[in-house]
Design a protein around this ligand. Sequence first.
Ligand code: SF4
Ligand code: SF4
Length: 396
Amino acid sequence: MIYKNFRDTGIKLSSLGMGAMRFPENEGGTIDEAAATKLMERAIEGGINYFDTAYFYHSGHSENFLARTLRQFPRDRWYLTNKIPGNMMTYIDGKLRLEVGGFNMESKTLSGPAEIFQEQLEKCETDCFDFYMLHNVSETTFDLYTNEELGIMEYLVEQKKAGRIKHLGFSSHGRADTIEACLQSLEGRGMGDVMEYCMIQINYLDWVLQAAGEKYEVLKNRGLPVFVMEGVRGGKLANLPQKAAEMLKTARPHASHAEWAWRHLQSLENIDVVISGMSTMEQLEENLAIFSSREPLTDKEMALLNSVVDTLAERAPCTACQYCIAACPVNLDIPLLLKLYNEAGFEMMWTISSALRALGKDKSPAACIDCGACNPLCPQNIDIPKALADFSKLLA
Ligand code: SF4
Ligand code: SF4
């Protein structure tokens, strides 16, 4: 395992981190604890020491499972990361609400950020988090996170001073200028040095589609280490369509598709940790092997990946994060519909149509009532009702 020094703290973080959002599941959708425990054991044995969870992963069960499993191992073998779910909060007329209904969890009114932070400490059976983040600072959450009356930042800085957060950072699906504005806003309030790192979505496709390179540069210029999520874009870059697959195979016959994506990230010096939500032992073993040494892409390979990107333009670049689902008044499985929409570019239409028939008419793209409630929640900035309307037309 390659390790990176985190700032000047003496902490050595494994360059491959374990994301606790895609553990293997039973048929009922709960974590398959036997299989997930084996994955965790192998992850630690293989040298992974950075573990990342969040309030609503696995419908609120990820935090408990992860913390309970980590406690079986010596404390110096792991770092636990959690996040304040401001991306699921509203603050209207002085009332703070947590809206997590779409994740099979209880939505509720909160007395303040302390209530949720305390609950997270209890769920993780700990008195401090090694790393703690604002979850998804973006164009839609910026106002909430920087609201002085609500005081989320002031509260987290207090927790850091009290030793209940060792290292504070933020994740973001926002634009580069939003990340910069957030950092400037903190500077304006005398908190310019509290953020120690930032997690953003980088992969070779989003380097182009989502201007991930601009975000990376903002962070690098500010001396903030980058942690990466969605390095294989929810698995899409690990299983490429035929044309892209052939292009890569010609250049490097035995490399997996995922290896290309991970090596692209290894080419970027300012990245400390790449978080991967691994669901199978096969994925874990492959990733452990790749992150056992550093092999950045050559200029020629980088140029090849850029040509591959041209063949991958998706209709709707959904990562299946599920953030939008809670908002849909007609309960559409939006990520599934967008997956089928994207597949319609590569698959025979009859396979798509039969998958939709199985869902039923009231769950088809045509059932969207164009209310627009989902759009502000999408970190990938997909115009969801438009995509569903286009999909309907395509099917017709
Ligand atoms: S626009 Fe369509 S998909 Fe989005 S929340 Fe409304 S009904 Fe659901
Ligand atoms: S449409 Fe957007 S919010 Fe919904 S699952 Fe896909 S990426 Fe996530």
